[in-house]
Ligand binder design. Structure first.
Ligand SMILES: Cc1cc2nc3c(=O)[nH]c(=O)nc-3n(C[C@H](O)[C@H](O)[C@H](O)COP(=O)(O)O)c2cc1C
Ligand code: SF4
Length: 408
């Protein structure tokens, strides 16, 4: 049998195959409510054959949200997330919670969060211009202890909610990424300077989460293997990060790319659609507005667009690695597995059709119909939530369920 369809063990977790639904912000938590829509979205991923479905952006605290319409892990959301994880388990798959703190990359209004946004650096906060939160606080030791404890608490709540894994988000420009990338970290203390120093706090968080839950659930990390912009991390740092994660004991690393604002085309392998198509969603608008500065001339999507840096990282560490970026066909899958990766992350291909893995397995198809047009990114905060809007794309649920509490 093709190795992609064979089981994989990461930490204490055994997955039925190597396909992981990557986190793709579902936009189905209006006002923080964990909804039936969200639960169904992930149930469809499980039913469609993925080994594990990742619930995007479960904030570690209210202050850790980027938007109001996101969930945070709390005692209140446990019963709702339980409905979601039960639905996933029913189809033999595992569920992973992506645990995230926004740091300064937040658009919460002042009355929602009174605190100054925190980050590696202090000073002017470019993301706060529209919300009046103009300044960010440089994290001190007390802040680090508090945030690390929040990650641990979130992991415990995820466990209580029935999740099989937590994915610590260290990529894309969120708080832990703000320590890792030189674009947001110019500290002069032991947490700034070399990549080893910049990784100290993220590695500390990982270590504490592993100590708390690592015997019972898988603890994985998603990070940006390159920042994709001059002055940012390159694959040289990407390799060092992997070595530190390996030494700290991460059960698996998912190799993502780029930053939300500075280099979103590196994340997706191509730019977002034209600005005119953006709805009210700030994250999308800002990403779109910044694009011309970060866009490489004529950057066009290609399958497996981030295989080159990923391969260098694969050759440098032994820990389980999940390749991510432009997996579109059985040929791609064979290449990734043949090159020594342990798992494959799929985002857009599974938004296009959650049943892709079953269809690949039984030979009904050899690849996805997803054109990488990125219109689903624009859909994130529309009432219907993240879905494919292109011909042939399958929608997993009725958008009205995005307003109904999962455990209601
Ligand atoms: C609609 C959409 C929303 C996304 N939201 C997130 C997110 O919340 N967290 C995250 O880590 N990555 C997010 N991503 C990035 C994906 O996880 C993945 O890195 C990217 O889509 C490239 O993989 P692909 O080529 O398989 O789509 C999102 C992607 C899409 C398409
Ligand atoms: S909208 Fe559909 S076709 Fe376009 S990138 Fe998203 S999933 Fe693929």
């Amino acid at each position: 049998m093709n190795t992609a369809f064979t089981p994989l063990t990461i930490g204490p977790l055994k997955l039925r195959n190597r396909f992981i639904k990557a986190a793709t912000n579902e936009g189905m938590c209006k006002g923080g409510l964990v909804t039936k829509g969200l639960a169904m979205f992930h149930e469809y991923m499980a039913k469609g054959g993925a080994a594990m479905s990742t619930v995007a952006y479960c904030a570690t605290s209210k202050d850790g949200q980027t938007f109001v319409d996101q969930a945070h892990l709390s005692a209140e959301t446990v019963p709702d997330f339980k409905v979601l994880t039960n639905g996933v388990h029913k189809h033999g798959a595992a569920a992973q919670a992506q645990i995230t703190h926004a740091g300064a990359f937040t658009f919460l209004p002042k009355d929602f969060s009174s605190m100054k946004p925190i980050s590696a650096n202090g000073g002017f906060n470019k993301f706060g211009v529209m919300t009046g939160r103009y300044f960010k606080k440089k994290m001190d030791r007390d802040d680090m202890d508090r945030i690390a404890a929040e990650f641990v608490n979130a992991a415990r709540l995820a466990q209580e909610s029935g999740f099989d894994a937590v994915e610590i988000h260290m990529g894309h420009g969120y708080l832990l990424s703000q320590f890792i990338t030189p674009f947001y970290n110019s500290r002069k203390d032991e947490f700034g300077g070399t990549i080893q120093n910049r990784m100290k706090f993220p590695a500390e968080v990982l270590s504490k989460v592993l100590d708390a839950v690592g015997n019972d659930m898988a603890v994985t990390v998603k990070y940006s293997q390159t920042d994709g912009k001059k002055g940012g991390n390159t694959v040289t740092e990407g390799i060092e990060i992997a070595k530190i994660l390996e030494a700290t004991g991460a059960h698996m690393a998912q190799l993502s790319n780029g930053l939300n604002v500075e280099s979103i085309d590196t994340m997706f392998g191509n730019p977002l659609p034209a600005t005119g198509t953006a709805p009210k969603n700030l994250i999308v608008r800002i990403g779109m507005m910044m694009q011309p500065k970060s866009k490489e001339p004529d950057k066009e999507f290609s399958q497996l667009y981030s295989i080159d840096p990923a391969q260098q990282i694969r050759d440098a560490v032994k820990m389980p690695l999940c390749y991510l970026g432009g997996v579109q066909s059985m040929e791609n899958i064979n290449r990734v597995m043949g090159n020594g990766f342990d798992a494959l992350g799929l985002g857009r291909a599974l938004i296009f059709d959650p049943n892709l893995i079953n269809d690949l397995k039984n030979g009904a198809t050899s690849g996805t119909g997803c054109t990488a047009c990125n219109k689903c990114v624009v859909m994130m905060y529309t009432p219907g939530g993240t879905s494919c809007v292109e011909p042939g794309g399958k929608r997993g649920h009725d958008g009205a369920l995005n307003l109904v509490r999962a455990s209601g």
